[in-house]
Design a protein around this ligand. Structure first.
Ligand SMILES: Cc1cc2nc3c(=O)[nH]c(=O)nc-3n(C[C@H](O)[C@H](O)[C@H](O)COP(=O)(O)OP(=O)(O)OC[C@H]3O[C@@H](n4cnc5c(N)ncnc54)[C@H](O)[C@@H]3O)c2cc1C
Length: 232
């Protein structure tokens, strides 16, 4: 059954980098319980046949206030992300959710290997913050690809976490071309080769995420063992 739609009020819209924005929403009717990695659907009053529906992953684990934190990159000419960039505190939009199965695996899953490109880091960041809330992180590697040094989302936060938590390894990579997988594959090999069992989770646009899943399958992983969240 489809989740009901409700109105949410914009609490804040903040730039994280030149091209990414954090949008905090307050659902006005009822709280939305969700698991880190899940997403909400926004129904935007724009486009040729409104509403224009767009999905956004939750960036922050559940908060006592019930506020929802989304982060998006402003796609040049993108209808949805341009509209969101124009919102002001107090504006209202329709939203439903939560949706999705891209969530943390069983606690006994070993060696999380989280791989994201740009706004694909959003659901992974939510998972990491949720794990960090519970205590020392289980063995976790984050391979984070950005399109440019200035667009490294959550870079300082991940560096700080890696300094304070020996079980968290942060591998930042910069690559303008999402289809160039050389450095990402090299980083994966360092973690996943020599029979080491890892639990891979990959998020981002298809041209980034799908070839990496194929690479894991070439390493001997079953397709279902490689969790994927694709954005386009
Ligand atoms: C489950 C799910 C979760 C998502 N979570 C997020 C999120 O947390 N943050 C976020 O920024 N987006 C997320 N998206 C993508 C989002 O729904 C929109 O597709 C995105 O904001 C672009 O919409 P637009 O109308 O601005 O661009 P459109 O006019 O629809 O143009 C899309 C084009 O922009 C390119 N592009 C560049 N960046 C993105 C991007 N991030 N997503 C999709 N296409 C992109 C694509 O190659 C595509 O050709 C998610 C999508 C799904 C399905």
């Amino acid at each position: 059954m489809a989740e009901p739609t409700q109105i949410a009020e914009i609490v804040s819209l903040t730039a994280l980098t030149l091209h990414t924005r954090e949008l905090v929403l307050r659902p006005t009717e009822y709280a939305i319980p969700f698991r880190p990695g899940q997403w909400v659907s926004l129904q935007l009053p724009i486009g040729d046949h409104p509403p224009l529906t767009r999905a956004y992953s939750l960036a922050e684990p559940p908060l006592p206030t019930g506020h929802l934190t989304l982060v998006f990159d402003h796609v040049p000419g993108g209808k949805g992300s341009s509209y969101l960039s124009s919102l002001k505190p107090g504006d209202r939009i329709s939203l439903s959710g939560p949706y999705g199965h891209f969530v943390l695996p069983d606690p006994d899953s070993t060696n999380l290997l989280l791989i994201g490109r740009y706004s694909g880091l959003v659901p992974l960041r939510c998972m990491i913050r949720s794990l960090a809330r519970e205590g020392p992180l289980p063995a976790t590697t984050l391979i984070a690809q950005a399109p440019s040094p200035a667009e490294q989302l959550y870079h300082d936060e991940f560096l700080t976490l890696a300094e304070s938590q020996p079980s968290f390894r942060y591998v930042p990579l910069v690559n303008e071309d999402p289809t160039n997988h050389a450095t990402t594959v090299a980083a994966i090999k360092q973690v996943a080769l020599n029979g080491r069992k890892v639990t891979p989770m990959i998020a981002g646009i298809k041209s980034f995420a799908r070839p990496l899943r194929t690479f894991f399958m070439e390493l001997g992983f079953d397709r279902k063992e490689v969790k994927l969240e694709t954005y386009d």
